[in-house]
Write a protein that binds this ligand. Structure first.
Ligand SMILES: Cc1cc2nc3c(=O)[nH]c(=O)nc-3n(C[C@H](O)[C@H](O)[C@H](O)COP(=O)(O)O)c2cc1C
Length: 198
């Protein structure tokens, strides 16, 4: 079966799934607005419950005034390497919707739908020759404040987008971790007919 990045698929799949991974060593080179918008275009076509499209993205390209403020919302552990990204993105989802009668209703699938959009972006990023690295290590309250996010939205994660660099640019501890990770075997998370796992 296909083996890429020291990852072996036990069943036939497209190579993109093995090629995509989350590096921390980035070159810091510029990414154009046009290139970046093409990544969001891929996210745009994700499926969502009732087509509500609850995902929202706030981005900053390196070298622009907003980059420092987005970087500042990340945890220290992520700032260390994400500072070399070409673009940073904060992913938000709309948790509630207001009906025409003025009722506030929870959007049950907001995180699920936004996860689908993130993965569209991640795959397109890979296809375009860049890498995307998601981060849950974000100060959510700070991000809400700094980005001016209104009520009924949740900060889901941040993403660093960049062109992969030589791992030698990383501090020792991060350099050791700079390789594509493995996965559980399918029989640990796929069950026929009845749940049979932990
Ligand atoms: C929602 C989410 C949050 C993550 N948070 C962080 C993070 O805060 N810092 C980090 O270095 N990596 C983070 N990661 C990267 C994961 O550790 C990584 O995706 C996982 O180990 C699988 O490796 P791969 O993406 O290289 O295949 C996150 C990934 C996801 C999807």
């Amino acid at each position: 079966m296909t083996e890429i990045n020291h990852r072996r698929a036990d069943h036939p799949i497209h190579s993109i799934f093995l090629e995509r991974w989350s590096p921390r060593a980035f070159t810091g080179e510029d990414i154009s607005e046009k290139e970046l918008l093409a990544l969001f275009e891929a996210a745009r076509w994700a499926p969502s419950a009732s087509n509500i499209q609850p995902w929202r993205f706030v981005y900053a390209r390196r070298g622009t005034e907003h980059f420092a403020s987005l970087l500042d919302t990340l945890d220290e552990g992520n700032r260390r390497w994400a500072k070399n990204a070409s673009a940073l993105v904060i992913i938000l989802s709309k948790t509630h919707r207001v009906t025409s009668a003025g009722e506030v209703r929870p959007a049950y699938t907001h995180a699920f739908d936004t996860g689908a959009a993130w993965f569209g972006l991640a795959l397109q990023t890979q296809l375009a020759g860049w890498h995307a690295h998601a981060m849950a290590g974000v100060d959510r309250d700070k991000a809400m404040r700094v980005l001016g996010v209104p009520e009924h939205f949740r900060v889901e994660a941040a993403v660093a987008i960049g062109r992969i660099a030589d791992p030698s640019i990383l501090p020792d501890d991060l350099r050791e971790r700079e390789k594509p990770s493995q996965r559980k075997p399918i029989n640990e998370f796929v069950f026929e007919g009845r749940f049979n796992g932990d």
